[in-house]
Design a protein around this ligand. Structure first.
Ligand code: NG1
Ligand code: ZN
Length: 535
């Protein structure tokens, strides 16, 4: 009966008006906002089913992250704050692309196959970004969940990682923190403050070359209002000068993606040479750092830099504590070759390479006691195993250990509290980076001096059907179209330190091209030649 009611309501209020298939891609469904109403309604239904399968609260986030303002999207969040399990992505894709009159049969099929007891309660948390289309789409999803008798809670405009946190915190019976905006701020800022106090008590208020001030570009997204609230709570420790906080168009000429891809400053930002700058993306789950050097040259410190900074620091804490934990870094093919070399050779930390998309990185990072994962674009976090937490707690309490060891254990635990372990989080990542720079006494230049990036170029190519390209491994070698990989290889071998690959984007209708080489002009040339071969 519920399935029939859902189908009727779907036909009446949320009919499918868009003919083309849309897939649950790298980060859920993404498309022009006007194509998505029926998908949101159906995802609301699916979330109510998923919640019953897991016997826990799940989340529905409405956002298209760094995409243009006319786009939108939706993704589901599983009970521990992680991305939807991959086998359910197929279920989601099938459900999204049905005709209106096939809905009830499909729902009945899912209910039977997954053995779902509709008498059980369901609970779904909702959040959305600041796009003009988000509220209406969120209402469609809420309706879907309600049709299936779910208990719904709408958090309104929040960052993507906040919703992940709310879901995880709620399902942990508040052990992970309070599932509220205040609880989220409290968890992160309390840890940030105690870490800083710990360092100040060790070293005094001056911390080498570190200056407690940054310039922040909020991409005109949800980061603006949220970060402003948060920064009030730590303004005695960190001064933040804000730009692009919502007065202009979302993600337009600003934000982490713009800065990373164009390797240039965002527009409408006023900075001085050597100011430490950050850009969030539209839903505040990514961050990149950058500055302008004396010769007004733009210098980027991206996700790879954050990964190496964090890995180096946590490694040094482990060394002081003297405990054996396996620590590893997870990257994708987009990671700068110089960062991989630095992490493996200088830091002596193993690096794993996985397919693009946070879910792959997250999954792999769970194999380590301390798993640090960042995409080059600035999306990432750190995961700590139970064992890591237990050993650090034991070391903190162990009176036989010297003060240095116990202090390092205390720092490790405070650090863990500052991390949003559910997913990449611009705010948490910002606090982490600021904490480590302060602890190290580093300026942004000192940070950059740890290794030199290989010059690189990212391009997009629009083709008729991006899916004719078949990627066969995480390094993005391709098997189809036949012979193309050999052409790439021949070309790449002509460039010193050359590396290049292509893959169909999971979030945009384009093929992405990446190239790196020993000089910028070579990297540019290699990228352009590869792009021509794809055309
Ligand atoms: P696609 O469009 O599949 O390349 C982009 C990013 C991913 C990931 C997702 C989700 C690049 C090259 N790709 O995916 O890393 O962050 O968006 O937002 O940055
Ligand atoms: Zn994002």
């Amino acid at each position: 009966a519920l399935a029939l009611a859902a189908e009727r309501k779907g036909k009446d209020d949320h009919p499918r008006t868009y003919g083309k298939e849309i897939d649950y891609g790298t980060a859920g469904f993404r498309s022009k906002a006007e194509h998505l109403d029926h998908i949101l309604y159906r995802m609301g239904i699916l979330a109510a089913l998923r919640s019953r399968v897991k016997g826990a609260t799940v989340g529905v986030m409405i956002t298209a992250s760094h995409n243009p303002v006319a786009d939108n999207g939706v993704k589901l969040i599983d009970p521990q704050g992680e991305m939807l399990e991959m086998s359910w992505e197929t279920i989601a894709t099938d459900l999204a692309n049905l005709n209106d009159n096939e809905l009830s049969a499909a729902l009945i099929h899912i209910i039977e196959k997954e053995n779902i007891d509709l008498a059980k309660p369901a609970s779904v948390f909702f959040g959305r970004d600041t796009r003009p289309s988000s509220e209406q789409l969120s209402n469609a999803a809420l309706e879907g969940s309600r049709v299936f008798n779910a208990d719904v809670k709408d958090f309104g405009i929040v960052t993507t990682p906040m919703l992940h946190y709310f879901v995880a915190a709620h399902n942990s019976n508040n052990e992970y923190g309070d599932p509220t905006v205040t609880g989220y701020f409290f968890k992160l800022t309390t840890a940030f403050r105690s870490f800083r106090e710990e360092i100040i008590s060790e070293k005094g208020p001056e911390s080498g070359n570190y200056q407690p001030a940054i310039v922040a570009d909020m991409a005109n997204g949800v980061g603006g209002p949220i970060m402003k609230q948060m920064s009030e709570l730590i303004k005695d420790l960190l001064t933040i000068e804000f730009f692009n906080t919502g007065e202009g168009e979302l993600n337009h000429e600003s934000g982490a993606d713009y800065v990373k891809v164009r390797q240039t400053l965002p527009k409408r930002v006023r900075i001085k040479s050597k100011d430490r700058c950050v850009s969030f993306d539209g839903d505040a789950d990514r961050i990149v750092y950058y500055y302008q050097d004396q010769s007004v040259k733009f210098r980027l410190l991206d996700g790879d830099r954050i990964a190496s900074l964090v890995a180096g620091y946590l490694r040094s804490l482990l060394d002081i504590m003297g405990i054996e934990l396996n620590i590893g870094v997870v990257q994708t093919a987009y990671a700068n070759g110089a960062s991989t070399k630095y992490i493996t050779e200088v830091l002596q930390i193993p690096v794993a390479c996985v397919y693009t998309g946070v879910k792959h990185l997250h999954h792999k990072a769970q194999e380590f006691d301390i798993g640090i994962y960042f995409e080059a674009n600035g999306h990432g976090t750190v995961l700590f195993s139970k064992k890591a937490k237990v050993l650090a707690k034991a070391a903190r309490e162990d009176k036989r250990l010297n003060g240095g060891k116990r202090g390092a254990a205390r720092k490790m635990l405070t650090f863990i509290d500052m991390v949003n372990e559910t997913t990449g989080d611009s705010i948490s990542d910002l606090l982490i980076v600021e904490t480590i720079l302060h602890a190290r006494g580093w300026s942004v230049e000192d940070w950059e001096n740890s290794y030199a990036d290989l010059p690189n170029r990212l391009l997009k190519v629009t083709v008729k059907d991006r899916n004719v390209i078949k990627v066969i491994d995480p390094e993005c070698h391709i098997s189809e179209p036949e012979g193309l990989q050999e052409d790439f290889d021949r070309l790449i071998s002509m460039f010193t330190q050359g590396r290049a690959f292509v893959r169909p984007s999971g979030t945009e209708d384009v093929v992405r091209v990446y190239a790196e080489a020993n000089t910028q002009s070579s990297a540019d040339k290699l990228a352009v030649h590869i792009a021509k071969l794809v055309h």
